[in-house]
Design a protein around this ligand. Structure first.
Ligand code: GDP
Ligand code: MG
Length: 441
C-alpha cells in the first residue's frame, strides 16, 4: 500500500508539468491502492474529495509549489485516517482497579506486549499485576511467568485449570483484593475452532469486566488486519490497538484498514522484543514510515559535509550499529549544526515533531538534558546499546539521580537511541540493496 501511494505521488513529483490530468491520475491510483487494501470505500471517496479540494484551493494561490502541496495533502489526509480523534483515551486511575484485557491472534505479540505495558505503568507508579488466561497453548503460562519475573511484575496463572474464564476471574479477583491498580489479562489467540476463540473472548470479558480492552495487531499481516479487527471488535469491542513488530520490514499499511474498520485508535507501537520496546503512537510518524519519508540519505550527506566531532559514530551508523555514545556525539553535532529546524525534519524518533511543537530553543534545551544524562553514564553503559539498563533497571534510577533528571527522561534517551539504531539498520540495508557504487562513499 505504502509503495503504491508513494509511487503515485512520486510520479507526479517527477513529471515537470503538474496539470489536472496528472493530479487526477494520482488521486485515482491512491484510491485504488487504498481500496485494494480493503479500506472502507466511503472513506476512500471522502479522502479523494478532500485531497482534490485541497489541491485545487492551493492552486489558486500564486507561486506555490504544487508538488509540495500534493505531498503534504496526501500526508495530512493519511494522518487523519489513522488518527481517530473522536475516540476517548483511556487513562487508568490511581487508587482504584483498572482491568486491561488483551485480545488478538496467536503470535500477534500479546504476551510480550502485556509485559511491556505492565512495565510502562509500573514505571509510572502504578501497582501492576498480570493474569495468564491462555490455557490453550502449552507453555503460555511459563512464557508470561518468565516475562513477568524478568520485569518484576506479580503474576497469576494455573498449570492445572483448563478453563480460561475461571483463571481470568480468579486472577483478577485476587489482585483486586490485594488492591492492585492495574490488572492486565493476557488471553489465548488460538482455538480448535475460530468461533470458540471469539466466544471465549466474550466470556472472559464478562468475567473480568475490563475497563480497557486492547487488540494486539501484528503490523506485518497486511490486508488481513481489517478482517481480524472486525472479528475482534464484534466479540470484545476493544477500545485501543497496539501495533506490534513495527521494527521489522512492515510499514503497517494494513493497520489503516484495521483502524478504519474498527474506528479505534492505535495507542502504542511495539518496536522490538525487549520490554522497553514500546512507543506511543503518533499518526505523523506512522504515515512517514508508511510513505517511506525520512530523508536518511540526505541526512547522511549533510552530516558528511560538516566538519564535526567525528569519532566512529558515522562509520558505526553505516554499519548498522549505534551506541549511546554515538547518540551523545550525534546530539552534540546536531546542536553545532544549527539551524536546528532544518536538520530536525530529517531525524527519526519524532525530533521533527518536537521541533515543530516546542520550538528550537526548547528542543535544544531537551537535547542538552539528554547529553547531560549520558554524561552520568559509565563507560560501559555509553558504549553499549542500552540493553544493560533493561537487564538492570537500577542503572536507570542511578543515572536519573546522577543527572538530576527523572526515570522517564532516562528512558527517553534509551528510546531515542533505539530509534537512531533502527535508522542505522535501515541505512545499512538500503546500502546493501543498492547497486555497487551507489549509496556508499
Ligand atoms: P502472542 O501469541 O500474541 O502472545 O505473541 P507473543 O507475545 O508470544 O509474541 C510472538 C513473537 O513475536 C515472539 O517471538 C515475540 O518476541 C515477538 N514480538 C512481539 N512483539 C514484537 C515486536 O514489537 N517486535 C518484534 N520484533 N518482535 C515482537
Ligand atoms: Mg501469548
Amino acid at each position: 500500500l505504502g509503495r503504491r501511494i508513494n509511487n503515485a505521488v512520486s510520479e507526479v513529483t517527477r513529471s515537470n508539468v503538474v496539470d489536472q490530468s496528472v493530479v487526477d491520475t494520482m488521486l485515482k491510483e491512491i484510491s485504488n491502492a487504498l481500496m485494494e487494501a480493503d479500506v472502507d470505500i466511503k472513506l476512500v471517496i471522502q479522502l479523494r474529495k478532500k485531497l482534490k479540494g485541497k489541491i485545487e484551493a492551493e492552486e489558486e494561490k500564486p507561486g506555490v509549489n504544487k508538488k509540495k502541496i500534493i505531498q503534504k495533502a496526501v500526508f495530512d489526509e493519511l494522518c487523519d485516517l489513522v488518527d481517530v480523534k473522536e475516540a476517548e483515551v483511556f487513562k487508568p486511575k490511581k487508587k482504584q482497579t483498572n482491568v486491561i484485557m488483551f485480545v488478538g491472534l496467536q503470535g500477534a505479540g500479546k504476551t510480550t506486549t502485556c509485559t511491556k505495558l505492565a512495565v510502562y505503568y509500573q514505571r509510572r507508579g502504578f501497582k501492576v499485576g498480570m493474569v495468564c488466561a491462555d490455557t490453550f497453548r502449552a507453555g503460555a503460562f511459563d512464557q508470561l511467568k518468565q516475562n513477568a519475573t524478568k520485569a518484576r511484575i506479580p503474576y497469576f496463572g494455573s498449570y492445572t485449570e483448563s478453563d480460561p474464564v475461571k483463571v481470568a476471574h480468579e486472577g483478577v479477583e485476587k489482585f483486586k483484593k490485594e488492591k492492585f491498580e492495574i490488572i492486565i489479562v493476557d488471553t489465548s489467540g488460538r482455538h480448535r475452532q475460530e468461533e470458540e476463540l471469539f466466544k471465549e473472548m466474550v466470556e472472559i470479558g464478562e468475567a473480568v469486566k475490563p475497563n480497557q480492552t486492547i487488540m494486539v495487531l501484528d503490523a506485518s499481516i497486511g490486508q488481513a488486519a481489517e478482517a481480524q479487527a472486525r472479528a475482534f471488535k464484534e466479540s470484545s469491542n476493544f477500545g485501543a490497538i497496539i501495533l506490534t513488530k513495527m521494527d521489522g520490514h512492515a510499514k503497517g499499511g494494513g493497520a489503516i484498514s484495521a483502524v478504519a474498520a474498527s474506528k479505534t485508535p492505535i495507542v502504542f507501537i511495539g518496536t522490538g522484543e525487549h520490554i522497553h520496546d514500546l512507543e506511543s503512537f503518533t499518526a505523523k510518524q506512522f504515515v512517514s514510515k508508511l510513505l517511506g519519508i525520512g530523508d536518511i540519505q540526505g541526512l547522511m550527506e549533510h552530516v558528511k559535509t560538516l566538519n564535526l566531532d567525528q569519532n566512529d559514530s558515522i562509520k558505526n551508523f553505516q554499519e548498522g550499529k549505534f551506541t549511546l555514545r554515538d547518540l551523545q556525539s550525534q546530539m552534540n553535532n546536531i546542536l553545532k549544526m544549527g539551524p536546528l529546524s532544518k536538520i530536525a525534519q530529517m531525524l527519526p524518533g519524532g525530533i521533527g515533531d518536537m521541533m515543530n511543537q516546542v520550538g528550537e530553543e526548547e528542543t535544544s534545551k531537551r537535547f542538552k538534558r539528554m547529553i547531560c544524562i549520558m554524561d552520568s553514564m559509565t563507560k560501559t553503559e555509553l558504549d553499549s546499546d542500552g540493553s544493560l539498563f533493561i537487564d538492570e533497571p537500577s542503572r536507570i534510577i542511578r543515572v536519573a539521580r546522577g543527572s538530576g533528571t527523572s526515570v522517564t527522561e532516562v528512558e527517553a534517551v534509551l528510546l531515542q537511541r533505539n530509534m537512531f539504531a533502527r535508522m542505522a539498520q535501515t541505512t545499512k540495508n538500503m546500502q546493501q540493496n543498492m547497486p555497487p557504487g551507489m549509496g556508499k562513499n
